[in-house]
Design a protein around this ligand. Structure first.
Ligand code: ADP
Length: 262
């Protein structure tokens, strides 16, 4: 309930307004938490149901070794899916608590981009795409955790690969016009304006069923954002439907120590 200000004495109205705003923020937090728990449960329920139903079916009568193997393969896939989800949830929770591994150093973004590209080159080739790396001649240093920064780059590149048809390109650009910056630019399907504000929300998928088929859990960008915040960086998306997307991670200049580290 909110405090009705219509019958209050005039000097109490500002106080009532401040309290009402606080109640509003509290309500929003509760709603987000409830939604998050519901989404997380829903995501875990699907692979669990697959494991349960496939195992029950297999146990109904004796099966051939091939049939048992097929059942085990399906169960393994579901277990891997749950494992990925639980890992992502744990990492997000760590991000919320502003906890970073203690090994933070000066990291050259060119190394981060280079490592992520090297790891995903085969995936890009298999999808019929060119994965291009554009690094400047000078070092572009940020303070951070190399592994986590590579996860941001890797997630963005993976998304680019997934949403770009064969023959397209995914470019990874590191530069430092005013402050250190890493960009992943694809020539893919693009993102409609109404989705652009929501894609960083946890569990948000544009095409629910296709995303799920591709193994997406709608946590990739939320995770990237959480990691970016830990590095005091900002992650933004510019996109035009049908003409590709550009994700930019901008780091602060001058570089400051990380939030949550000593
Ligand atoms: P997921 O892990 O399921 O891919 P993400 O959080 O990474 O989820 O992305 C959320 C949604 O944003 C995806 O469902 C996808 O439709 C959309 N998206 C992300 N990156 C791109 C991109 N480069 N091009 C087009 N759509 C994208």
């Amino acid at each position: 309930r909110r405090i009705s200000t219509s019958e209050l004495e005039e000097e109490l109205v500002p106080l009532a307004n401040v309290l009402n705003q606080t109640f509003q923020r509290l309500q929003l937090s509760f709603e987000q938490l409830t939604q998050f728990t519901a989404d997380a449960s829903h995501e875990l329920r699907t692979p669990l149901a697959v494991i349960q139903s496939r195992t029950e079916l297999a146990l109904l009568q004796p099966r051939t070794p091939e049939q048992y193997q097929e059942t085990l393969r399906t169960c393994l896939q579901s277990a891997e899916r749950m494992h990925g989800l639980v890992e992502a949830l744990l990492l997000l929770a760590r991000g919320d608590a502003r906890q970073l591994p203690s090994d933070t150093t000066e990291v050259d973004l060119r190394d981060v981009a280079g490592e992520a590209c090297a790891q995903l080159q085969t995936k890009a080739e298999a999808a019929g795409l060119k994965l291009l790396l554009e690094n400047p001649d000078f070092a572009v240093n940020v303070t951070g955790n190399a592994g986590l920064l590579e996860q941001i780059a890797g997630n963005l590149i993976c998304n680019g690969i997934q949403h770009t048809p064969p023959g397209g390109t995914v470019r990874v650009v590191v530069d430092n016009p005013l402050a250190p910056r890493l960009q992943v630019i694809d020539s893919g399907c693009g993102i409609a304006p109404e989705h652009q504000t929501r894609i960083f929300d946890r569990f948000y998928r544009i095409d629910e069923s296709r995303g799920r088929q591709n193994g997406g859990n709608g946590l990739g960008l939320a995770f990237c954002q959480s990691l970016a915040i830990l590095h005091q960086a900002v992650i933004e998306c510019q996109s035009e439907q049908g003409h590709g997307s550009q994700f930019t991670v901008s780091f602060p200049a001058p570089v400051r120590p990380l939030a949550g580290t000593n």
